[in-house]
Design a protein around this ligand. Structure first.
Ligand code: CA
Ligand code: CA
Length: 318
């Protein structure tokens, strides 16, 4: 991550690496999709709770062409089909390590490389990758329908190419997250928990005292299956919480000031790619980014145990 924005939530990999191999075969993408009609929507934070340095404002009208988007993030089972049929190795597998949240560790003691600077709850772990989300002593048993994690932006792009799809732009992602509710803080409305209705959690974030004690009121310490909680008005699951989702764009905290009104593609240059939606680690006390308008980023070769992705169709739906 670069120094000009406080990317609280995910440690960056140090050195840029050569791009990973990109499979050329078109694959089988098992994730159900929703066709969205696009049109005009108000992008940005109108709730007054923005993280100023992230550039969540100004609110601006954006016009989007129709597109299809995955109803859930890509699961471990989906990613396994891609990896098994292409032999693709993720960047975490190539580098030999990834970032694991300290309470999710399942590794030999000497595999732990130490905490990330400034974010001591993240530890670099040799042998941590998408097949071993807590380290070498973990596996994917029971996690087929959980989001794939420890995938970098480059890995997500490689999967998308195999699937004949692409990553959503940041504008597409926010339009999709809003689910037709203009200006709402969350995909379902403005209140984190609607006590009068159900008193139940609507998303997988952190409860308790970050980063040590998670009371798991929402049921999950780390990832939840992709169909947990309720979908938003567009039929999309867990746009906020659970795992961060890579978007296609370079991250630019000043971009909203000059972005084009139609199908904004993001800045033409950058150091980090956009991630959206927050994760199971988000909590008011340290990372209030489980909101529709919240923005963050990480370098394209970075991977971590709380970031995945969903994909968008290459062609415009009828
Ligand atoms: Ca949780
Ligand atoms: Ca999410």
């Amino acid at each position: 991550m670069s120094d000009d924005h406080p990317s609280c939530c995910a440690p960056a990999r140090g050195e840029a690496a050569a791009p990973p191999p990109v499979p050329t075969t078109r694959g089988e993408h098992g994730v159900e999709q929703v066709v969205l009609s696009g049109g005009s929507f108000a992008m940005g934070n109108s709730n007054g709770d923005e993280n100023t340095a992230d550039g969540e404002t100004p609110v601006h009208q954006v016009e989007l062409a129709p597109f299809s988007i995955d109803a859930t993030s890509v699961t471990n089972a989906d990613f396994a089909r891609f990896a098994d049929s292409t032999g693709y190795r993720t960047e975490a597998e190539t580098f030999g390590y990834s970032a694991v949240f300290h309470l999710a560790l399942a590794a030999e003691p000497d595999a732990v490389m130490g905490p990330a600077s400034g974010t001591p709850w993240w530890v670099g772990v040799r042998g941590a990758d998408w097949r071993h989300p807590g380290g070498s002593r973990s596996d994917l048993d029971g996690l087929d329908d959980h989001p794939v994690v420890h995938v970098s932006w480059n890995d997500a792009v490689a999967y998308s190419k195999w699937a004949g799809r692409r990553l959503p732009t940041e504008a597409e992602w926010e339009y999709a997250a809003r689910g037709g509710l203009e200006g709402a803080r969350y995909p379902w409305g403005d209140e984190l928990i609607d006590d009068e209705l159900t008193g139940e959690w609507r998303c997988n974030i952190w409860q308790g005292e970050f980063p040590r004690t998670n009371t798991e009121e929402d049921g999950y310490l780390t990832t939840a299956p992709v169909h947990t909680f309720q979908p938003n008005g567009y039929g999309l699951w867990q746009m906020v919480g659970n795992v961060w989702e890579w978007c296609a764009d370079w991250f630019g905290p000043r971009y909203y000031k000059f972005s084009p009104a139609e199908n904004p593609p993001g800045p033409s240059l950058g150091a980090a790619r956009v991630i959206r939606g927050g994760s199971y680690l988000c909590h008011d006390s340290y990372c209030n980014r489980y909101r529709n308008a919240a923005r963050s980023s990480n370098t394209p070769e970075s991977s971590m145990g709380n970031a995945g992705f969903r994909t968008v169709g290459l062609t415009r739906p009828e």
